[in-house]
Design a protein around this ligand. Structure first.
Ligand SMILES: *Cc1c(COP(=O)(O)O)cnc(C)c1O
Length: 485
Protein backbone atom coordinates (compact mmCIF):
# COMPACT_ATOMS: atom_id res chain seq x y z
CA UNK A 1 0.00 0.00 0.00
CA UNK A 2 1.36 3.38 -0.94
CA UNK A 3 1.70 6.15 1.58
CA UNK A 4 -1.34 8.48 1.22
CA UNK A 5 0.97 11.42 1.88
CA UNK A 6 2.75 10.71 -1.40
CA UNK A 7 -0.35 11.14 -3.52
CA UNK A 8 -0.48 14.45 -5.30
CA UNK A 9 -3.14 16.67 -3.76
CA UNK A 10 -6.40 16.90 -5.71
CA UNK A 11 -9.14 19.46 -5.41
CA UNK A 12 -8.53 23.16 -5.85
CA UNK A 13 -5.23 24.91 -5.25
CA UNK A 14 -4.35 25.67 -1.63
CA UNK A 15 -6.35 28.52 -0.15
CA UNK A 16 -3.34 30.35 1.25
CA UNK A 17 -1.64 30.45 -2.15
CA UNK A 18 -4.92 31.63 -3.68
CA UNK A 19 -5.34 34.30 -1.02
CA UNK A 20 -1.84 35.64 -1.68
CA UNK A 21 -2.51 35.74 -5.41
CA UNK A 22 -5.83 37.49 -4.85
CA UNK A 23 -4.12 40.19 -2.82
CA UNK A 24 -1.56 40.62 -5.56
CA UNK A 25 -4.31 40.69 -8.18
CA UNK A 26 -6.13 43.33 -6.13
CA UNK A 27 -3.05 45.54 -6.34
CA UNK A 28 -2.61 44.80 -10.04
CA UNK A 29 -6.21 45.76 -10.76
CA UNK A 30 -6.21 48.89 -8.61
CA UNK A 31 -2.92 50.10 -10.07
CA UNK A 32 -4.16 49.39 -13.59
CA UNK A 33 -7.46 51.23 -13.33
CA UNK A 34 -5.70 54.07 -11.54
CA UNK A 35 -3.51 54.67 -14.58
CA UNK A 36 -4.51 52.99 -17.85
CA UNK A 37 -2.68 55.89 -19.54
CA UNK A 38 0.54 54.06 -18.74
CA UNK A 39 -0.26 52.13 -21.93
CA UNK A 40 -0.93 53.05 -25.53
CA UNK A 41 -4.65 52.71 -26.29
CA UNK A 42 -3.81 50.07 -28.90
CA UNK A 43 -0.65 47.98 -28.59
CA UNK A 44 2.08 47.81 -31.17
CA UNK A 45 1.31 44.16 -31.82
CA UNK A 46 1.38 42.55 -35.24
CA UNK A 47 -1.24 39.85 -35.81
CA UNK A 48 0.04 36.57 -34.40
CA UNK A 49 2.52 38.44 -32.22
CA UNK A 50 1.14 37.21 -28.92
CA UNK A 51 0.82 33.59 -29.97
CA UNK A 52 4.47 33.61 -30.99
CA UNK A 53 5.33 34.37 -27.34
CA UNK A 54 3.23 31.55 -25.87
CA UNK A 55 4.29 27.92 -25.37
CA UNK A 56 2.73 25.88 -28.16
CA UNK A 57 1.57 23.12 -25.80
CA UNK A 58 -0.14 23.32 -22.38
CA UNK A 59 1.87 22.68 -19.20
CA UNK A 60 1.77 19.09 -17.93
CA UNK A 61 2.19 20.15 -14.31
CA UNK A 62 0.53 23.05 -12.51
CA UNK A 63 2.42 26.30 -12.29
CA UNK A 64 2.59 28.78 -9.44
CA UNK A 65 -0.19 31.38 -9.47
CA UNK A 66 2.51 34.01 -9.25
CA UNK A 67 3.90 32.86 -12.59
CA UNK A 68 0.44 33.24 -14.12
CA UNK A 69 0.13 36.76 -12.77
CA UNK A 70 3.64 37.61 -13.99
CA UNK A 71 2.69 36.54 -17.50
CA UNK A 72 -0.62 38.39 -17.28
CA UNK A 73 1.36 41.52 -16.52
CA UNK A 74 4.10 41.05 -19.08
CA UNK A 75 2.21 39.44 -21.98
CA UNK A 76 -1.49 40.18 -21.73
CA UNK A 77 -1.76 43.73 -20.43
CA UNK A 78 0.75 45.32 -22.82
CA UNK A 79 -0.76 43.51 -25.80
CA UNK A 80 -4.33 44.54 -25.10
CA UNK A 81 -6.37 47.39 -26.49
CA UNK A 82 -7.22 49.49 -23.46
CA UNK A 83 -10.92 50.20 -23.44
CA UNK A 84 -10.37 51.66 -19.98
CA UNK A 85 -7.99 54.28 -21.41
CA UNK A 86 -9.41 57.80 -21.17
CA UNK A 87 -8.17 58.39 -24.73
CA UNK A 88 -10.46 55.63 -26.03
CA UNK A 89 -12.75 57.71 -28.23
CA UNK A 90 -13.58 55.05 -30.84
CA UNK A 91 -16.79 53.05 -31.48
CA UNK A 92 -18.75 53.45 -28.23
CA UNK A 93 -16.42 53.47 -25.25
CA UNK A 94 -17.04 51.41 -22.15
CA UNK A 95 -15.65 51.37 -18.63
CA UNK A 96 -14.57 48.87 -16.03
CA UNK A 97 -15.32 50.81 -12.86
CA UNK A 98 -14.51 49.89 -9.27
CA UNK A 99 -18.00 48.66 -8.32
CA UNK A 100 -18.37 46.88 -11.65
CA UNK A 101 -15.08 45.05 -11.28
CA UNK A 102 -15.99 44.03 -7.74
CA UNK A 103 -19.29 42.64 -8.97
CA UNK A 104 -17.57 40.73 -11.77
CA UNK A 105 -15.00 39.19 -9.41
CA UNK A 106 -17.56 38.22 -6.80
CA UNK A 107 -19.87 36.70 -9.41
CA UNK A 108 -16.95 34.55 -10.60
CA UNK A 109 -16.37 33.33 -7.08
CA UNK A 110 -20.01 32.55 -6.39
CA UNK A 111 -20.28 30.85 -9.78
CA UNK A 112 -24.02 30.38 -9.80
CA UNK A 113 -25.76 29.16 -12.91
CA UNK A 114 -29.12 30.91 -12.75
CA UNK A 115 -30.98 28.74 -15.21
CA UNK A 116 -33.83 28.22 -12.74
CA UNK A 117 -34.91 30.18 -9.69
CA UNK A 118 -33.94 27.08 -7.69
CA UNK A 119 -30.41 27.04 -9.08
CA UNK A 120 -29.84 30.75 -8.50
CA UNK A 121 -32.47 32.33 -6.27
CA UNK A 122 -30.47 35.46 -5.42
CA UNK A 123 -29.20 35.84 -9.00
CA UNK A 124 -32.72 35.51 -10.41
CA UNK A 125 -34.32 37.92 -7.99
CA UNK A 126 -31.49 40.43 -8.15
CA UNK A 127 -31.73 40.40 -11.95
CA UNK A 128 -35.44 41.14 -11.78
CA UNK A 129 -34.90 43.79 -9.14
CA UNK A 130 -31.96 45.62 -10.66
CA UNK A 131 -33.68 45.64 -14.06
CA UNK A 132 -36.63 47.27 -12.36
CA UNK A 133 -34.29 49.90 -10.91
CA UNK A 134 -32.98 50.58 -14.39
CA UNK A 135 -36.55 50.73 -15.71
CA UNK A 136 -37.32 53.44 -13.16
CA UNK A 137 -34.10 55.26 -13.98
CA UNK A 138 -35.04 55.29 -17.68
CA UNK A 139 -38.58 56.43 -16.85
CA UNK A 140 -40.27 53.43 -18.47
CA UNK A 141 -43.76 52.36 -17.37
CA UNK A 142 -44.03 49.66 -14.67
CA UNK A 143 -45.26 46.95 -17.04
CA UNK A 144 -41.81 46.69 -18.62
CA UNK A 145 -39.75 43.77 -17.35
CA UNK A 146 -36.02 43.54 -17.92
CA UNK A 147 -34.02 40.49 -18.85
CA UNK A 148 -30.22 40.49 -18.94
CA UNK A 149 -28.31 39.11 -21.94
CA UNK A 150 -24.69 39.31 -22.97
CA UNK A 151 -25.05 41.78 -25.83
CA UNK A 152 -27.51 43.98 -27.66
CA UNK A 153 -27.14 41.71 -30.66
CA UNK A 154 -28.64 38.85 -28.68
CA UNK A 155 -31.23 41.08 -27.00
CA UNK A 156 -32.48 42.26 -30.40
CA UNK A 157 -32.48 38.72 -31.74
CA UNK A 158 -34.67 37.62 -28.82
CA UNK A 159 -36.99 40.61 -29.25
CA UNK A 160 -37.49 39.76 -32.93
CA UNK A 161 -38.06 36.10 -32.07
CA UNK A 162 -40.78 37.18 -29.64
CA UNK A 163 -42.26 39.49 -32.27
CA UNK A 164 -42.25 36.75 -34.88
CA UNK A 165 -44.01 34.38 -32.51
CA UNK A 166 -46.60 36.91 -31.37
CA UNK A 167 -47.31 38.91 -34.51
CA UNK A 168 -45.60 37.17 -37.42
CA UNK A 169 -46.83 33.63 -37.05
CA UNK A 170 -48.09 32.11 -33.79
CA UNK A 171 -47.56 28.62 -35.20
CA UNK A 172 -43.84 29.33 -35.62
CA UNK A 173 -42.67 27.17 -32.71
CA UNK A 174 -44.24 24.03 -34.06
CA UNK A 175 -44.25 24.58 -37.79
CA UNK A 176 -40.95 26.43 -38.21
CA UNK A 177 -40.33 28.18 -41.51
CA UNK A 178 -39.07 25.62 -43.94
CA UNK A 179 -41.14 23.58 -46.34
CA UNK A 180 -44.22 25.74 -45.91
CA UNK A 181 -46.39 27.03 -48.72
CA UNK A 182 -48.83 28.72 -46.32
CA UNK A 183 -46.36 31.28 -44.99
CA UNK A 184 -45.83 34.59 -46.78
CA UNK A 185 -42.51 36.43 -46.43
CA UNK A 186 -42.30 37.91 -42.91
CA UNK A 187 -40.76 41.38 -43.07
CA UNK A 188 -38.92 43.67 -40.63
CA UNK A 189 -38.35 47.41 -41.08
CA UNK A 190 -35.38 49.47 -39.94
CA UNK A 191 -33.65 52.60 -41.15
CA UNK A 192 -30.49 52.44 -43.21
CA UNK A 193 -28.68 53.59 -40.04
CA UNK A 194 -29.82 50.57 -37.98
CA UNK A 195 -27.15 48.36 -36.48
CA UNK A 196 -25.87 45.30 -38.35
CA UNK A 197 -27.05 43.12 -35.47
CA UNK A 198 -30.55 43.42 -36.94
CA UNK A 199 -29.29 41.95 -40.22
CA UNK A 200 -27.66 39.14 -38.26
CA UNK A 201 -30.85 38.51 -36.29
CA UNK A 202 -32.74 37.98 -39.54
CA UNK A 203 -30.06 35.61 -40.78
CA UNK A 204 -30.24 33.67 -37.51
CA UNK A 205 -34.04 33.57 -37.38
CA UNK A 206 -34.17 32.04 -40.85
CA UNK A 207 -35.96 35.08 -42.25
CA UNK A 208 -33.09 36.06 -44.51
CA UNK A 209 -31.61 39.45 -45.30
CA UNK A 210 -34.20 40.05 -48.01
CA UNK A 211 -36.79 40.31 -45.24
CA UNK A 212 -35.09 43.40 -43.85
CA UNK A 213 -36.69 46.42 -45.48
CA UNK A 214 -34.54 49.55 -45.31
CA UNK A 215 -36.43 52.75 -44.60
CA UNK A 216 -34.76 55.99 -45.75
CA UNK A 217 -33.62 58.67 -43.31
CA UNK A 218 -33.81 62.46 -43.41
CA UNK A 219 -30.92 64.95 -43.31
CA UNK A 220 -30.41 64.24 -39.62
CA UNK A 221 -30.18 60.45 -40.22
CA UNK A 222 -33.57 59.85 -38.59
CA UNK A 223 -36.07 57.40 -40.03
CA UNK A 224 -38.81 59.04 -42.12
CA UNK A 225 -42.11 57.76 -40.63
CA UNK A 226 -44.13 58.40 -43.80
CA UNK A 227 -41.65 56.30 -45.77
CA UNK A 228 -41.98 53.56 -43.16
CA UNK A 229 -45.76 53.58 -43.48
CA UNK A 230 -45.57 53.48 -47.26
CA UNK A 231 -43.12 50.62 -47.28
CA UNK A 232 -45.18 48.53 -44.84
CA UNK A 233 -48.38 49.15 -46.77
CA UNK A 234 -46.81 48.36 -50.13
CA UNK A 235 -45.32 45.12 -48.80
CA UNK A 236 -48.63 44.09 -47.29
CA UNK A 237 -50.38 44.76 -50.58
CA UNK A 238 -47.78 42.62 -52.28
CA UNK A 239 -48.74 39.74 -49.99
CA UNK A 240 -45.98 39.94 -47.41
CA UNK A 241 -46.53 39.93 -43.68
CA UNK A 242 -44.83 42.89 -41.94
CA UNK A 243 -44.35 42.00 -38.27
CA UNK A 244 -41.72 44.27 -36.70
CA UNK A 245 -40.16 47.71 -36.88
CA UNK A 246 -36.76 48.37 -35.33
CA UNK A 247 -36.34 52.01 -34.37
CA UNK A 248 -32.90 53.18 -33.33
CA UNK A 249 -32.44 55.57 -30.42
CA UNK A 250 -28.79 56.48 -30.76
CA UNK A 251 -27.60 55.01 -34.06
CA UNK A 252 -24.12 53.59 -34.24
CA UNK A 253 -22.66 55.99 -36.80
CA UNK A 254 -24.09 59.30 -35.65
CA UNK A 255 -26.27 58.61 -32.54
CA UNK A 256 -29.31 59.87 -34.44
CA UNK A 257 -32.59 59.17 -32.70
CA UNK A 258 -35.52 58.03 -34.84
CA UNK A 259 -38.76 59.98 -34.23
CA UNK A 260 -40.04 57.34 -31.83
CA UNK A 261 -43.53 58.69 -31.23
CA UNK A 262 -44.33 58.87 -34.95
CA UNK A 263 -42.68 55.54 -35.68
CA UNK A 264 -44.67 54.00 -32.81
CA UNK A 265 -47.87 55.40 -34.28
CA UNK A 266 -47.10 53.79 -37.65
CA UNK A 267 -46.29 50.47 -35.95
CA UNK A 268 -49.36 50.57 -33.71
CA UNK A 269 -51.80 51.48 -36.47
CA UNK A 270 -50.49 48.56 -38.56
CA UNK A 271 -50.38 45.99 -35.79
CA UNK A 272 -46.61 45.64 -36.01
CA UNK A 273 -44.19 45.05 -33.11
CA UNK A 274 -41.90 47.99 -32.23
CA UNK A 275 -38.39 47.19 -31.02
CA UNK A 276 -36.29 50.15 -29.89
CA UNK A 277 -32.54 49.68 -30.20
CA UNK A 278 -31.08 52.03 -27.58
CA UNK A 279 -27.96 49.97 -26.92
CA UNK A 280 -25.79 53.04 -26.39
CA UNK A 281 -28.19 55.94 -25.84
CA UNK A 282 -30.51 54.12 -23.46
CA UNK A 283 -28.08 54.74 -20.62
CA UNK A 284 -28.35 58.49 -21.18
CA UNK A 285 -32.12 58.17 -20.80
CA UNK A 286 -31.50 58.20 -17.04
CA UNK A 287 -31.01 61.98 -17.42
CA UNK A 288 -34.52 63.44 -17.70
CA UNK A 289 -33.51 66.20 -20.12
CA UNK A 290 -31.92 63.60 -22.44
CA UNK A 291 -34.80 61.16 -21.98
CA UNK A 292 -37.02 63.90 -23.39
CA UNK A 293 -35.17 63.54 -26.71
CA UNK A 294 -36.24 59.88 -26.76
CA UNK A 295 -39.93 60.56 -26.16
CA UNK A 296 -41.89 57.57 -27.40
CA UNK A 297 -39.32 55.00 -26.27
CA UNK A 298 -41.93 53.88 -23.76
CA UNK A 299 -44.26 52.99 -26.65
CA UNK A 300 -41.98 50.17 -27.77
CA UNK A 301 -42.91 46.53 -27.25
CA UNK A 302 -39.25 45.88 -26.52
CA UNK A 303 -36.25 48.09 -25.78
CA UNK A 304 -32.59 47.16 -25.53
CA UNK A 305 -30.01 49.11 -23.54
CA UNK A 306 -26.42 48.07 -22.82
CA UNK A 307 -25.19 49.06 -19.36
CA UNK A 308 -21.83 47.80 -20.63
CA UNK A 309 -21.70 50.72 -23.03
CA UNK A 310 -22.48 53.94 -21.19
CA UNK A 311 -23.53 52.88 -17.71
CA UNK A 312 -20.03 52.12 -16.47
CA UNK A 313 -20.59 48.38 -16.16
CA UNK A 314 -17.86 46.04 -17.45
CA UNK A 315 -18.55 44.00 -20.59
CA UNK A 316 -20.87 42.19 -20.91
CA UNK A 317 -24.31 43.34 -19.78
CA UNK A 318 -27.28 44.09 -22.03
CA UNK A 319 -30.81 44.59 -20.73
CA UNK A 320 -33.82 43.70 -22.87
CA UNK A 321 -37.03 45.30 -21.63
CA UNK A 322 -40.30 43.75 -22.72
CA UNK A 323 -43.69 45.32 -22.29
CA UNK A 324 -45.11 41.82 -22.07
CA UNK A 325 -42.45 39.33 -20.91
CA UNK A 326 -44.91 36.55 -21.65
CA UNK A 327 -44.27 37.14 -25.34
CA UNK A 328 -40.65 36.09 -24.91
CA UNK A 329 -41.62 33.12 -22.78
CA UNK A 330 -44.13 32.06 -25.42
CA UNK A 331 -41.34 31.97 -27.99
CA UNK A 332 -38.87 29.97 -25.93
CA UNK A 333 -40.18 28.26 -22.78
CA UNK A 334 -39.70 24.52 -22.96
CA UNK A 335 -39.06 22.45 -19.85
CA UNK A 336 -37.46 19.03 -20.10
CA UNK A 337 -38.19 16.64 -17.24
CA UNK A 338 -34.84 17.02 -15.55
CA UNK A 339 -35.41 20.75 -15.12
CA UNK A 340 -38.91 20.58 -13.67
CA UNK A 341 -39.17 22.34 -10.32
CA UNK A 342 -42.01 22.79 -7.92
CA UNK A 343 -41.82 26.45 -6.92
CA UNK A 344 -44.88 28.32 -8.10
CA UNK A 345 -44.84 31.93 -9.21
CA UNK A 346 -41.08 32.20 -9.68
CA UNK A 347 -39.13 33.32 -12.70
CA UNK A 348 -36.98 30.68 -14.33
CA UNK A 349 -34.62 32.68 -16.49
CA UNK A 350 -34.04 29.79 -18.90
CA UNK A 351 -37.59 30.36 -20.16
CA UNK A 352 -36.66 33.70 -21.75
CA UNK A 353 -34.30 32.65 -24.50
CA UNK A 354 -32.48 29.77 -26.15
CA UNK A 355 -29.74 29.52 -23.54
CA UNK A 356 -30.08 27.34 -20.48
CA UNK A 357 -27.15 28.36 -18.29
CA UNK A 358 -26.52 31.98 -17.46
CA UNK A 359 -24.02 33.91 -15.47
CA UNK A 360 -24.82 36.33 -12.68
CA UNK A 361 -24.52 39.65 -14.52
CA UNK A 362 -26.97 41.49 -12.31
CA UNK A 363 -24.46 41.61 -9.47
CA UNK A 364 -22.13 44.06 -11.19
CA UNK A 365 -24.99 46.24 -12.40
CA UNK A 366 -26.40 46.36 -8.86
CA UNK A 367 -23.01 47.37 -7.52
CA UNK A 368 -22.50 50.03 -10.20
CA UNK A 369 -25.89 51.63 -9.54
CA UNK A 370 -25.27 51.61 -5.79
CA UNK A 371 -21.63 52.64 -6.01
CA UNK A 372 -22.28 55.77 -8.08
CA UNK A 373 -25.93 56.38 -7.25
CA UNK A 374 -28.33 57.56 -9.93
CA UNK A 375 -27.14 61.16 -9.55
CA UNK A 376 -23.52 60.11 -9.86
CA UNK A 377 -24.27 58.20 -13.05
CA UNK A 378 -26.23 61.13 -14.47
CA UNK A 379 -23.42 63.58 -13.71
CA UNK A 380 -20.88 61.44 -15.56
CA UNK A 381 -23.10 61.06 -18.62
CA UNK A 382 -23.82 64.80 -18.69
CA UNK A 383 -20.11 65.51 -18.51
CA UNK A 384 -19.52 63.34 -21.57
CA UNK A 385 -22.21 65.15 -23.52
CA UNK A 386 -20.63 68.51 -22.54
CA UNK A 387 -17.19 67.36 -23.63
CA UNK A 388 -18.54 66.21 -26.99
CA UNK A 389 -20.27 69.54 -27.51
CA UNK A 390 -17.05 71.37 -26.68
CA UNK A 391 -15.12 69.23 -29.16
CA UNK A 392 -17.79 69.88 -31.76
CA UNK A 393 -17.31 73.60 -31.22
CA UNK A 394 -13.59 73.31 -31.96
CA UNK A 395 -14.25 71.43 -35.19
CA UNK A 396 -17.05 73.74 -36.28
CA UNK A 397 -14.83 76.78 -35.79
CA UNK A 398 -12.11 75.42 -38.10
CA UNK A 399 -12.86 75.92 -41.80
CA UNK A 400 -10.56 73.04 -42.77
CA UNK A 401 -13.16 70.65 -41.33
CA UNK A 402 -16.80 69.89 -41.88
CA UNK A 403 -19.28 68.65 -39.28
CA UNK A 404 -21.17 65.75 -40.86
CA UNK A 405 -24.14 65.07 -38.56
CA UNK A 406 -26.00 66.48 -35.58
CA UNK A 407 -24.57 65.45 -32.18
CA UNK A 408 -27.55 64.84 -29.93
CA UNK A 409 -25.40 62.88 -27.44
CA UNK A 410 -21.65 62.34 -27.00
CA UNK A 411 -20.48 61.54 -30.53
CA UNK A 412 -19.16 64.01 -33.11
CA UNK A 413 -18.90 63.07 -36.81
CA UNK A 414 -16.64 65.25 -38.91
CA UNK A 415 -14.26 65.17 -41.84
CA UNK A 416 -11.26 66.99 -43.14
CA UNK A 417 -11.96 68.95 -46.34
CA UNK A 418 -8.83 68.18 -48.26
CA UNK A 419 -8.66 67.11 -51.89
CA UNK A 420 -10.48 68.02 -55.08
CA UNK A 421 -12.69 64.93 -55.40
CA UNK A 422 -14.70 62.96 -52.85
CA UNK A 423 -12.39 59.96 -53.35
CA UNK A 424 -9.29 62.01 -52.60
CA UNK A 425 -11.05 63.48 -49.55
CA UNK A 426 -11.88 59.97 -48.34
CA UNK A 427 -8.25 58.94 -48.69
CA UNK A 428 -7.16 62.07 -46.79
CA UNK A 429 -9.51 61.23 -43.93
CA UNK A 430 -8.32 57.62 -43.83
CA UNK A 431 -4.76 58.91 -43.66
CA UNK A 432 -5.66 61.42 -40.94
CA UNK A 433 -7.27 58.69 -38.85
CA UNK A 434 -4.23 56.47 -39.21
CA UNK A 435 -1.87 59.26 -38.19
CA UNK A 436 -3.92 60.20 -35.11
CA UNK A 437 -4.23 56.59 -33.95
CA UNK A 438 -0.56 55.84 -34.57
CA UNK A 439 0.36 58.14 -31.69
CA UNK A 440 -1.19 55.81 -29.12
CA UNK A 441 -2.60 58.51 -26.83
CA UNK A 442 -6.08 58.34 -28.29
CA UNK A 443 -8.12 56.03 -30.49
CA UNK A 444 -10.72 57.33 -32.93
CA UNK A 445 -12.81 55.36 -35.42
CA UNK A 446 -14.49 56.14 -38.70
CA UNK A 447 -17.71 55.40 -40.51
CA UNK A 448 -19.32 56.28 -43.82
CA UNK A 449 -22.16 58.76 -44.16
CA UNK A 450 -23.83 59.28 -47.55
CA UNK A 451 -21.01 57.19 -48.97
CA UNK A 452 -18.17 59.34 -47.62
CA UNK A 453 -15.53 58.55 -45.00
CA UNK A 454 -16.25 60.37 -41.75
CA UNK A 455 -14.25 60.41 -38.51
CA UNK A 456 -15.95 59.86 -35.17
CA UNK A 457 -15.05 61.07 -31.70
CA UNK A 458 -17.19 59.19 -29.17
CA UNK A 459 -16.95 60.03 -25.49
CA UNK A 460 -18.13 57.51 -22.92
CA UNK A 461 -15.28 56.25 -20.77
CA UNK A 462 -15.60 57.12 -17.10
CA UNK A 463 -12.06 58.53 -16.98
CA UNK A 464 -12.24 60.70 -20.10
CA UNK A 465 -11.70 64.35 -19.29
CA UNK A 466 -11.23 67.55 -21.22
CA UNK A 467 -7.45 67.01 -21.51
CA UNK A 468 -7.95 63.74 -23.39
CA UNK A 469 -10.45 65.21 -25.81
CA UNK A 470 -8.17 68.18 -26.31
CA UNK A 471 -5.24 65.87 -26.95
CA UNK A 472 -7.29 64.21 -29.69
CA UNK A 473 -7.93 67.61 -31.26
CA UNK A 474 -4.21 68.49 -31.14
CA UNK A 475 -3.35 65.21 -32.83
CA UNK A 476 -6.02 65.80 -35.47
CA UNK A 477 -4.64 69.27 -36.20
CA UNK A 478 -1.08 67.95 -36.32
CA UNK A 479 -2.15 65.08 -38.59
CA UNK A 480 -4.03 67.43 -40.93
CA UNK A 481 -0.96 69.69 -41.02
CA UNK A 482 1.20 66.77 -42.10
CA UNK A 483 -1.00 65.78 -45.05
CA UNK A 484 -0.39 67.10 -48.57
CA UNK A 485 -2.39 70.25 -49.21
C1 LIG B 1 -23.33 48.71 -29.96
C2 LIG B 1 -24.65 48.60 -30.59
C3 LIG B 1 -25.21 47.36 -30.89
C4 LIG B 1 -24.47 46.05 -30.67
O1 LIG B 1 -24.11 45.88 -29.36
P1 LIG B 1 -23.50 44.49 -28.84
O2 LIG B 1 -23.83 44.53 -27.38
O3 LIG B 1 -22.05 44.58 -29.10
O4 LIG B 1 -24.14 43.40 -29.56
C5 LIG B 1 -26.48 47.32 -31.42
N1 LIG B 1 -27.16 48.45 -31.67
C6 LIG B 1 -26.66 49.68 -31.42
C7 LIG B 1 -27.46 50.90 -31.71
C8 LIG B 1 -25.38 49.79 -30.88
O5 LIG B 1 -24.87 51.00 -30.62
Amino acid sequence: MSDPLERPPLGDLPTDEFRRALHRAADLIADYVDNPQAHRVTPRLAPGGLRALLPPAPPAQGEALDALLDDYQSLIVPNSTHWNHPGFLAYFANSATAPGILGEMLAAALNVNAMLWRTGPAATELEEHVCDWLRQMMDLPPEFRGHINDTASISSLLALAAARQRVGDPSMREAGMSGRSDLPRLTVYASDQAHSSIDKALITLGLGLNSLRRVPVDDAFQMIPAALAERIDADRQAGMRPFAVVATAGSTSTTSIDPLERVAEVARSRGVWLHVDAAYAGSAAICPEIRARMAGMELGDSIVVNPHKWLFTPVDCSVLFLRDPESLRAAFALTPDYLKTTEAGVTNLMDYGPQLGRRFRALKLWMVIRGFGVEGLRARIRRHVELAQEFRGWVAADPRFEICAPSPLSVVCFRLLRGATPEVQDAANDALLASVNADGAVLLSSTRLRGRVVLRVAIGNVRTEREHVHRAWELILAGAGGLPA
